[in-house]
Design a protein around this ligand. Structure first.
Ligand code: ADP
Ligand code: MG
Length: 734
């Protein structure tokens, strides 16, 4: 048979039927997650065990176990440029390896290696198997400290990571490869094998095309190849961008959808307050609301007027006046004929709020047709675990019949027995101490099933991009202005005994002028008992030595409630000069006459906590001082204390905190289940957070969860598969 021109054949014949395997659709991440690591070549029971120890159970885990960094062969640390004593990773070739016994009979492996600029001798004791890793001609990465021994450069027991036959210019280095018994070579090989085997089907990419082109993102399979085995450093960056986007996009989709879901399933209330009560409140204040307070109250009013339940976060620095905003919001609810609750994280704070709120609302009356005058005083009550059973019973009844307008309390408010006649607004103070579940519990408190509006207040500002990720299902209002007349707090870091003596001089001088002082005792996270005894020691020491003539009070977690109350009252009323306390005073305590804050062993506290504590002073017109005592024991500690000295702006400090600690701590409780952020960093990838947010909003548009699932089934499935249950639960229910 004569051969026909190939081109003709292509043009004339119908395309050959694709083999079955090619007909399969691209392989999804969920499918890859269903494949056990043992499907990979070279992964037997032993290796699988090691992989599992590293939480690498499936093929998806392996391909999303990304290199920690890359080594550019051409731009490596060179032996001839290293100083003695320096630690470094070297990329070397083995010249010769010998094993012998030392004088006391221990096996010793010596390997002469070179990187082209110099020779180093590697030595290992009691690890005879090293000889196998270091065969002549092998390329390895070694990490260790360069020393000199008998005139020759050497590294003693360095970490060795064999590269195998990797020839690329860029070498991917995987996390923890040394310690966990898995080498870079193995991890790279498995990832590459997995990706190669995906090749015929390619990896599914449900991200809409228009987003890929808008953000100039490469396709997913290419990105996977590019992150594991990049040809250039630039290629690894392009790959990373794509995968970072994917991670953040999934989180944002989940958050935006959750918000939609909450809005669409909840029957809220539309408030229609005349604003009269709010006017009465304003008139009773000795000051004007700040512009920021006015703006935020208006944002809240608009939200509350909508049929959908409000779900709003109020961020504001310490002392920005969040309480007043909360009270204004509660009035809007009460004026519309409903009740309001304010939930605080501690008893001290709940009681303090109760007194403050009651005071603020003392001039307000509520319409009541059953009374002679057609109105009555607005009623505020407090409920904590200390409320006696009799009172509790009465309060429960009055909450249920609606005769209490505003209730302030602790977690006691979300106990099962508490029911409301008509809870219109729940304000949750200091959100970071409450879990998501507790907020959810508040939403179910009404007999008629209506979901109350929720306002979450936090005094721990977090940077905008982090807020987008952590609180992405809430609307955010920011109080970015302090009330006028505050004098800035002057902060100093006290490191020497001399400075310390001066600090106590200042304390005595301020007290002599009629001012009051807080002394915060060292934080001992491991044990409340130790913390208490250390606080008692501090108290005794100050009373005996530094401040013998002053009136001191002591407050810590184990002071009985009644005494706590007494001490707080004495301090508030000026009968005590100095309040020695543990972090129980962290939040909410408001004594304008206190002008000095001393924090002992300040390096034990985090930035946010120090900022909170410092916020207890500087509340009046008099200039305030904050002393951070103690040496920094780490570089981070030093940066923290320096940041506090340099700035009193909570948002600025939050940025520093994020910089120093990474996002883990900020995500806190909410991070549980959000283990999808493997590459993305809220601090490095701020732009991508914003892009992902915009993309999620663009894709979801006005859709409800159901519609989104129909329109983007693969995307929805991927969000479900990749995010933890808590995040995607509502999607699965759909
Ligand atoms: P935050 O809870 O945000 O830390 P607070 O609500 O406790 O702040 O307010 C701090 C102090 O500022 C309180 O003593 C409060 O009465 C006062 N304050 C609030 N708003 C104003 C304002 N607009 N002008 C003057 N003082 C204000
Ligand atoms: Mg407050």
């Amino acid at each position: 048979m004569s051969a026909r021109p190939y081109r003709l054949e292509v043009l004339t014949s119908s395309p050959p039927p694709a083999p079955a395997s090619e007909a399969k659709p691209p392989i999804t991440l969920a499918e890859l997650d269903g494949l056990d690591v043992t499907v990979l070549k070279g992964v037997g029971a032993k290796k699988a065990e090691k992989l599992r120890k590293n939480e690498l159970n499936t093929v998806l885990d392996v391909i999303t176990h990304y290199p920690r960094r890359y080594l550019d062969r051409t731009r490596q640390a060179k032996v001839d440029e290293l100083e003695l004593g320096e630690e470094a990773t070297l990329l070397v070739r083995v010249l010769r390896t010998t094993t012998r016994k030392t004088r006391n009979g221990r096996p010793m492996v010596t390997s002469d290696v070179t990187d082209g600029t110099g020779h180093v001798s590697l030595t290992f004791f009691n690890q005879p198997w090293k000889a196998n890793q270091l065969k002549e001609g092998t390329e390895v990465l070694v990490f260790g400290r360069l020393d000199e021994y008998r005139g020759k450069l050497q590294m003693s027991s360095p970490v060795v990571d064999p590269l195998g036959d990797r020839t690329g210019r860029i070498i991917s280095v995987y996390p923890q490869s040394g310690k966990t018994g898995l080498t870079t070579k193995e991890l790279a090989n498995w990832a590459e094998e997995a990706l190669r085997r995906c090749e015929p089907r390619t990896i599914a990419d449900p991200v809409p095309e228009f987003l890929l082109s808008r953000f100039e993102l490469v396709d997913r399979h290419q990105a996977m190849n590019g992150i594991h085995a990049p040809e250039t450093m630039a290629a690894s960056q392009t790959a990373r961008d794509r995968l970072v986007f994917d991670e953040l996009f999934r989180v944002q989709l989940a958050l935006v959808l959750r918000k939609r879901h909450i809005e669409s399933t909840a029957q809220g209330r539309s408030f229609d307050p005349s604003g009269e009560m709010l006017e009465t409140l304003k008139a009773s204040l000795g000051f004007e609301l700040t512009k920021a307070q006015q703006r935020v109250v208006e944002e809240i009013r608009v939200d509350m007027a909508r049929e959908l339940p409000m779900h709003r976060l109020l961020q504001g620095d310490v002392g920005a006046g969040k309480t007043l905003v909360a009270v204004a919001a509660m009035l809007l609810a009460v004026e519309s004929g409903h009740q309001a609750a304010l939930m605080a994280p501690t008893e001290v704070l709940a009681e303090q709020h109760y007194l403050g709120v009651r005071e603020l609302l003392s001039s307000i009356t509520v319409a009541d047709p059953t009374t002679l005058m057609g109105e009555r005083e607005l009623r505020v009550a407090v409920l904590t675990n200390r409320t006696t059973p009799t009172d509790r019973k009465r309060i429960n009844a009055e909450l249920a019949d609606g005769s209490i307008d505003v209730i302030v309390g602790t977690h006691a408010l979300i106990q099962d027995k508490v029911r409301f006649g008509s809870l219109g607004l729940a304000v949750v103070d200091e959100q970071h101490r409450f879990g998501v579940e507790q907020r959810a519990a508040l939403r179910t408190k009404n007999e008629d099933g209506a979901v109350p509006d929720v306002l979450v207040m936090t005094a721990t500002p977090i940077p905008r991009t982090a807020a987008m990720t952590v609180y992405g299902d809430l609307d955010v209002s920011v109080l970015d202005e302090l009330p006028p007349g505050r004098t800035p707090i002057e902060t100093s870091w006290v490191q020497t005994p001399f400075d310390e003596a001066e600090m106590w001089d200042t304390v005595r001088a301020e007290v002599a002028q009629g001012r009051q002082v807080y002394v915060v005792c060292p934080l001992i996270e491991e044990s409340e008992k130790l913390e208490v005894s250390s606080a008692e020691d501090v108290f005794a020491q100050l009373q005996a030595v530094e401040l013998p003539d002053l009136k001191l009070g002591l407050l810590h977690g184990r002071v009985p409630a009644a005494d706590k109350e007494l001490v707080m009252h004495q301090f508030r009323d000026g009968h005590l000069d100095v309040l020695v306390a543990t972090t129980v005073i962290e939040v909410g305590v408001d004594v304008p006459n206190a002008t000095v804050m001393v924090i002992l062993d300040a390096n034990r506290f985090g930035i946010a906590q120090l900022h909170q504590l410092r916020g207890r002073v500087g509340r009046g017109a008099a200039a305030s001082k904050c002393f951070l005592q103690g040496e920094a024991t780490t570089a981070d500690g030093e940066s923290r204390l320096e940041a506090l000295v340099a700035s009193t702006d909570g948002f600025e400090l939050a940025e520093v905190d994020l910089e120093l600690r990474g996002e883990g701590t900020i995500m806190g409780e909410r991070q549980k289940g959000r283990n999808d952020l493997k590459l993305a960093s809220l601090r490095r990838d701020k732009e991508w957070v914003q892009r992902a947010r915009a993309a999620a909003i663009a894709v979801i548009g006005e859709s409800e969860v159901e519609e989104f699932r129909e329109e983007y089934p693969e995307l929805a499935a991927e969000v479900e598969a990749m995010l933890g249950e808590e995040d995607a639960e509502f999607l699965m229910k759909g």
